[in-house]
Design a protein around this ligand. Structure first.
Ligand code: ATP
Ligand code: MG
Length: 422
């Protein structure tokens, strides 16, 4: 195929053999959010560039190098959304959803970041995210972690993920820590790599995130934000930790966990796996009480998380011991016909079967191939039964579970299908 017509690098097709597992997972998200009382939000893919510059922050990787920005025909600076929280906050405020009430919301959809594509890292990827607005207490931080524990348990991933948490405090505490951190890094300048030297000016907190093995000893000794927390933030953090313990959720306090976005305050967390190489963060989240004030003077407490669905699917497929039939599509019945001009008859029979048996999946072979070939295709589809219209006008049923074949009339066929397949 002509190279210029291929899909854009880092943007992949989800093929029909993959969609069943996506749908299965999406069903899990819907069920989870329903059980916890979260309602779905559907947000635009395009937003003003300024939204992310303000909300995510100029000095973050996302805004400084990963956004798909362009100008539309009227000269407006717009972008393909790189994440969901900023748009969700915009929508909540714009539509007054939190006027005198709280909101529990979720969303799912594609996000876009111009990054180097590799395993678990795409330029178009999909997030499932949850945001809770108008609730400032540590119980809500715990609630969204409860949801995640529940989800990962349901997906059989508990033993493959660890929860790391930290508190980033409030801006005042962060400022004090930042000063101490800059002083520390300046004193250890000779140990900083180029990336970190750049960050020293723009976003020193993110240096703590560095994976450079030569810097680890120094980074572990650097001033910890946790030590700069004042009473209220300390209490908030210990209340979250206590709730997790009471709910028997194991966690690790990682004082170097900072997250890549500016908007976080207090609680931040990640769910990390060692099974996917360096792209091991499946879920990231936390509290972002300061974000609303970038939009309007009225404060609005908020917290949430986002899961990268492609990474989650990679993990599920890597660690699952057994194949799940729900991850594949198989029709219940395939109708084959010996005579090519019986096509219409086959379609009408299929239609009657679908109408009589609710939920039955019936696929009619319209390929025009020889009967033997039609049977081969049907067998490959792993259907449960093949119904053949013979040239003599008979209906033959081939039950693939028992390998039995029988001739019967339509009424008995329906009876048989009802009894055996539903
Ligand atoms: P990373 O450290 O891997 O770059 P991040 O901190 O940039 O992640 P977030 O902005 O917190 O990621 O997004 C939440 C989740 O979305 C991540 O934990 C990950 O599962 C997923 N994600 C982020 N960027 C990508 C990407 N380029 N491709 C696939 N999934 C991604
Ligand atoms: Mg990133």
């Amino acid at each position: 195929m002509n190279n210029s017509l291929r899909a854009i690098r880092g943007m992949r097709d989800v093929l029909p053999q993959e969609t069943p597992i996506w749908q299965w997972l999406e069903g899990k998200f819907r069920h989870l959010t329903y059980r916890y009382g979260y309602q779905e939000m559907r947000l635009p893919l395009l937003e003003p560039v300024a939204l992310f510059e303000r909300a995510v922050g100029q000095a973050t990787d996302i805004v400084s190098k990963e956004m798909y920005n362009f100008m539309d025909k009227s000269g407006e600076h717009i972008t393909l959304r790189p994440e969901g929280t900023s748009g969700c906050m915009r929508a909540v405020l714009e539509n007054n959803l939190c006027y005198n009430k709280t909101q529990r919301l979720w969303y799912q959809g594609p996000m876009f970041r111009y990054e180097r594509p590799q395993k678990g890292r795409l330029r178009q990827f999909t997030q499932f995210g949850v945001e809770a607005f108008g609730m400032a207490g540590p119980d809500v931080d715990a609630e969204i972690i409860f949801m995640l524990r529940d989800l990962f348990q349901e997906l059989g991933l508990t033993s493959h993920l660890r929860l790391e948490i930290n508190s980033l405090g409030i801006p005042e505490e962060r400022r004090a820590h930042r000063e101490a951190l800059v002083a520390w890094f300046s004193a250890h300048r000779d140990q900083l790599d180029e990336d970190s030297l750049n960050r020293l000016e723009t976003n020193p907190l993110r240096i703590l995130d560095s994976k450079n093995p030569d810097m680890q000893v120094m980074l572990n000794q650097a001033p910890r934000l946790l030590d700069f927390l004042q009473e209220e933030s300390r209490q908030h953090f210990s209340a979250v930790c206590e709730l997790l313990e009471k709910a028997s959720i194991p966690y690790i306090v990682n004082p170097r966990l900072v997250r890549g976005l500016d908007y976080y305050t207090r609680t931040v967390f990640e769910w990390i796996t060692d099974e996917l190489g360096s792209q091991g963060t499946v879920c990231g989240g936390g509290r972002y009480d300061g974000l609303a004030q970038l939009f309007s003077p009225r404060p609005l407490a908020a917290c949430g998380f986002a899961i990268g669905i492609e990474r989650l699917l990679l993990l599920i497929q890597t660690v699952s011991q057994q194949d799940n039939p729900l991850w594949h599509f198989h029709p219940d019945v395939v109708i084959a016909n010996e005579r090519q001009d019986d096509g219409l008859k086959a379609q009408l029979l299929a239609e009657r079967l679908r109408q009589q048996i609710d939920g039955l999946s019936v696929l009619v072979d319209c390929s025009g191939a020889k009967l033997k070939r039609q049977h081969q295709t049907a067998l490959q589809s792993q259907c449960q039964a093949i119904v053949t219209l013979n040239s003599g006008g008979e209906i033959r049923l081939w039950d693939l579970a028992s390998s039995q074949q029988m001739t019967l009339n339509e009424k008995d066929l329906i009876g048989w299908l009802q009894q055996h397949l539903h």
